[in-house]
Design a protein around this ligand. Structure first.
Ligand SMILES: Cc1cc2nc3c(=O)[nH]c(=O)nc-3n(C[C@H](O)[C@H](O)[C@H](O)COP(=O)(O)OP(=O)(O)OC[C@H]3O[C@@H](n4cnc5c(N)ncnc54)[C@H](O)[C@@H]3O)c2cc1C
Length: 639
């Protein structure tokens, strides 16, 4: 076994490389505490993190490096800066680094490179503590770090399955948020984020269609702990992606993400109180990981395919047929005739954006949706930002927006006719008398039976008024070589047809689950607080609101997970499982009439009629029940 700290970590890694290259027997495992892996003086870790380090600043580290190297040394020699070495064939490695130190990313960068080279690696970024905190023997974090390293060195045989305290599936908005909570609330807990794709951001990295944006305000779609400071309240996709990436980088989580890891199966063993995950990698290679707790932040729809209704005659169509989930980078629509099929959030985003340069854009819908114009920028937020500290301004705007959204939803539920009249009245006002609002903007259902679509500064209405865009309410009869023929007989010529027909929902990232050898059918389980499932231990699923911003519920879910972990730690429990009394009244998990929800209800869990089995879709109620209610409520059983 081998262990080293700081410069000692550098020597330990250089020794491992030397032993490997000489064909000598290597230690069974090594523990590296804040190792210096790059002494070139240009390490991005030192440049990027020096300001946060109370002990070292960049130039002093460079000076130490030069003194070590002497006048003629080569700082890029792997025996001097091991990060530049070939890392395959090293024994299992444990890395502990501090979030607030200049060497932080030198350690995590080495760990990521070693993992990519097939080395078994465990990494933990410890918040708050300084460099070399293991020497401060009275610090609980020092004891925990040393204890974990000792356990690792004892158990890390080359063929051992890596065992973590928690695994987060998905590096989207929810996964990164959950990781921040977990890392802050339980420093030193071993966890990893497994991500199928090669990027952080989930939805906000996948969708690349023109104008892609949120239709929730970012003051509630943003994290409670990180202010949204961009001036746009309904924000562009790339800005949201950057916000998620920035969050990950700020907390040292970007290097905790294991990309190209698709979880395909999870098996729970009550005897060992742990999950064993089967993970698929590119090229079909499979590996296994174990953990005590699983946090599924895998979103709610399938990434590999969208909903694709069958259209007659599509094979004969000679133009381009595009799905927004797979937007072709080379699609040039300037001066072209475009038809967008759909009436949801994606269609109302695409139509005004494409209409800026297209010859003409037609939004073809089977039935209308409620569309409401909102200011793209929040004037109150802008004023508060000028007067108040950033976090306070953010919190005030967030609270205001939560209130407004809840008021809108509850008014819609209580007085649907009044809200309906007002929503349609606003469209009439925006479009003027010459437009047929009754046919194209008057839905058959009540507001919030399906999601209301928001458009920034009425851009959709402006495009229609400017005759650059048009709404047609009809059904596709068939595609023709030059466009579409509708049931009414009308022909729509089109160079490009965009099928904004929606998502294909899935449950828990399409992972199959088994508990003690029996496969879990989630359709036969009951959701507990909208995040756990009856009969399934140590699993929390993040599923955001359908009537408000996703992140509001995701934050509450991550917070509840921390409360649950704290309770289990305090009482020495290893598992927590909701148990439903037989015969409870059940309802569908979601009460949305939208087609994409209805198509998926069959495979989704059920909800009950009362707490804790009911999914309230109500932030204030959830705030009470998830933040403040007792963990031991008699429905959650512990072992
Ligand atoms: C176009 C669009 C616009 C939207 N706009 C809004 C909005 O304005 N407001 C709002 O509240 N919501 C909106 N949503 C919903 C949106 O998905 C959520 O806001 C939020 O981004 C969900 O974050 P997430 O991390 O839970 O899921 P996702 O963003 O879907 O991320 C899930 C991640 O998990 C990974 N993953 C999934 N399965 C596995 C597996 N088996 N193994 C490993 N990794 C896996 C995926 O690759 C992905 O990176 C929108 C959705 C879409 C599609």
């Amino acid at each position: 076994m081998l262990a080293g700290e700081s410069a000692g970590g550098n020597l330990a890694l250089a020794l491992l490389l030397t032993l490997r290259d000489a064909g000598e027997r290597q230690p069974d495992a090594a523990a590296l505490f804040s190792p210096a892996t790059d002494v070139t003086g240009q390490s991005p870790s030192i440049e990027g993190n020096a300001d946060r380090d109370p002990m070292f600043h960049g130039p002093s580290l460079a000076h130490l490096g030069n003194a070590y190297l002497g006048a003629h040394g080569d700082a890029t020699d792997p025996l001097v800066s091991p990060i530049f070495g070939e890392l395959a064939g090293l024994p299992p490695l444990l890395f502990h680094v501090a979030a607030e130190e200049a060497l932080r990313d030198d350690g995590t960068r080495f760990a990521a490179k070693a993992r990519a080279a097939g080395v078994h690696v465990e990494t933990t970024v410890w918040p708050v503590v300084p460099h070399a905190w293991q020497l401060l023997k009275d610090l609980p974090e020092a004891r925990r770090s040393i204890a974990r390293a000792a356990e690792f060195l004892k158990t890390a045989a080359p063929d051992a399955i890596e065992h973590l305290d928690a695994i987060i599936v998905g590096a989207g908005l929810s996964g990164i948020g959950a990781a921040v909570h977990l890392q802050n609330d339980f420093p030193g807990r071993r966890f990893a984020i497994l991500e199928n794709r090669e990027a952080i951001g989930g939805t906000w990295d996948l969708f690349r269609y023109p104008g892609v944006r949120s239709d929730s305000d970012m003051f509630t779609l943003g994290y409670a702990f990180k202010p949204w400071t961009d001036s746009k309240s309904l924000a562009d996709g790339p800005a949201i992606r950057q916000y998620i990436v920035d969050t990950a980088v700020e907390h040292g989580l970007d290097r905790q993400v294991r990309f190209g890891h698709k979880v395909v199966r999870a098996e729970w063993s009550s005897a060992d109180a742990c999950w064993t995950l089967q993970v698929e990698h590119a090229g079909g290679r499979r590996s296994r990981l174990r953990c005590n707790f699983l946090l599924a932040c895998s979103g709610y729809y399938r990434y590999a395919e969208g909903h694709a209704p069958e259209f007659a005659g599509l094979a004969d169509y000679r133009g381009r047929f595009v799905h927004p989930q797979f937007w072709p980078e080379d699609l040039d629509y300037a001066g072209k005739r475009v038809v967008v099929i759909g009436s949801g959030a994606t269609a109302v985003t695409l139509v005004p954006e494409m209409a800026r340069t297209a010859q003409h854009v037609t939004m073809l819908q089977r039935s209308p949706t409620y569309v409401l114009s909102l200011p793209a920028r929040d004037p109150l937020a802008e004023r508060l930002r000028r007067w108040l500290p950033r976090m306070l301004a953010y919190r005030l705007t967030r609270t205001k927006n939560i209130g407004v959204a809840m008021l809108f939803f509850n008014l819609s539920r209580r007085w649907p006719a009044m809200v309906r009249k007002n929503l349609i009245g606003l469209v009439r006002q925006a479009l003027g008398p010459s437009h047929d609002v009754d046919t194209h903007f008057t839905p058959k259902y009540d507001p919030w039976d399906q999601r209301v679509c928001f458009v920034p500064d009425g851009d959709l209405f402006e495009a229609i008024k400017g005759r650059r865009a048009e709404v047609v309410t009809d059904h596709v009869d068939t595609f023709t070589p030059s466009g579409l023929r509708l049931k009414s007989g009308r022909e729509l010529p089109a160079d490009i047809v965009v099928s904004a027909t929606g998502l294909k929902l899935n449950v828990l990232g399409d992972v199959t689950f088994a508990v003690d050898g029996r496969d879990v059918d989630f359709a036969r389980t009951l959701g507990y607080k909208g995040m756990m499932f009856s009969g399934v231990p140590n699993l929390i699923y993040t599923f955001g609101y359908t009537n408000a911003s996703w992140t509001l519920k995701a934050d509450l879910t991550a917070n509840y997970a921390s409360r649950l972990f704290g309770y289990m730690d305090k009482h020495g429990y290893r598992s927590a499982m909701p148990v439903a009394t037989p015969g409870l009244e059940t309802r569908p998990f979601l009460d949305f009439s939208s087609g994409y929800v209805q198509r998926a209800l069959e495979m989704m869990p059920k909800q009950g009629a009362k707490a804790p089995w009911r999914l309230y879709q109500n932030y204030l109620l959830d705030l009470l029940t998830l933040r403040w209610s007792r963990i031991a409520d008699g429905r959650l059983t512990f072992r």
